[in-house]
Design a binder for this molecule. Structure first.
Ligand SMILES: [Zn+2]
Length: 233
């Protein structure tokens, strides 16, 4: 291939990857990746749950007066409805993370709508009210997602910092998050691992155990997304 052509193809691929996966990219529809910078508040968000490890996380959050947002998978909600109810009763918020954690890349609009709508029904049935936020599995957006979210009255939320807690040890997770914790930050962690019914989330738990006192010490309120984004309770 001619070098100029190769460079052009590389640039086009990079642009496509950014459109599909860039947390702050708006090309495939509006997405929120941080809250206002004028308030010392942070939103902790946890994806892929609930899992059998979630109740311990709820205890930890309660000890530090922290509220969080759980982007749950519909299938995991059906497995562990009592854990979902405990989270809601403790003042946490639920978001939609799809039904079966499907990658929406290259899927048709009907599939995408089904994936989001089925999760929305499963979550609403257990929690008593529909989530208002959606976070796509793997952060991947695709054509048709914007329309599906509009029909379901959902807003797309990505993140300011991705913890990479599915692969990093606790100390590196803490370092990543501490460094970029600032006013309005949306931190993305995981209290599940895709659809694994009994995932090992020990590094996540250890990281949260170390991080919560540090963030509170630095004066941050730890709030739900609705609170952070000023969208009411
Ligand atoms: Zn996920």
């Amino acid at each position: 291939m001619f070098p100029e052509l190769a460079a052009g193809v590389a640039a086009a691929l990079a642009a496509a990857a950014y459109a599909v996966r860039g947390p702050s990219c708006q090309w495939l529809g509006p997405s929120i990746y941080r809250g206002p910078r004028n308030r010392a508040a942070i939103a902790l968000t946890f994806d892929d749950g609930p899992s059998p490890g979630t109740p311990e996380l709820l205890e930890l959050l309660a000890q530090h007066e922290a509220r969080a947002t759980f982007f749950v998978c519909g299938l995991n909600v059906e497995r562990y409805p009592q854990i979902v109810r405990a989270a809601v009763e403790a003042g946490h918020e639920l978001g939609n993370h799809g039904y079966a954690h499907a990658r929406l890349w290259l899927r048709n609009p009907a599939f995408i709508y089904q994936e989001v709508a089925t999760a929305q029904r499963a979550i609403t049935a257990v929690a008593g009210r529909p989530p208002r936020w959606f976070r796509p599995p793997y952060g991947v957006r695709w054509l048709g997602l914007r329309e599906a979210l509009r029909r379901l009255d959902l807003t797309l939320v990505t993140w300011t910092v991705l913890a990479q807690d599915w692969k990093l040890p606790a100390e590196r997770i803490v370092r990543r998050l501490e460094r970029r914790a600032g006013n309005g930050a949306i931190l993305c962690l995981h209290d599940g691992r895709e659809l694994d019914p009994r995932p090992d989330i020990a590094p996540t738990m250890e990281a949260v155990r170390r991080l919560l006192p540090v963030l509170r010490e630095r004066g941050f309120a730890l709030v739900t997304l609705s609170d952070l984004l000023g969208a009411g309770p």
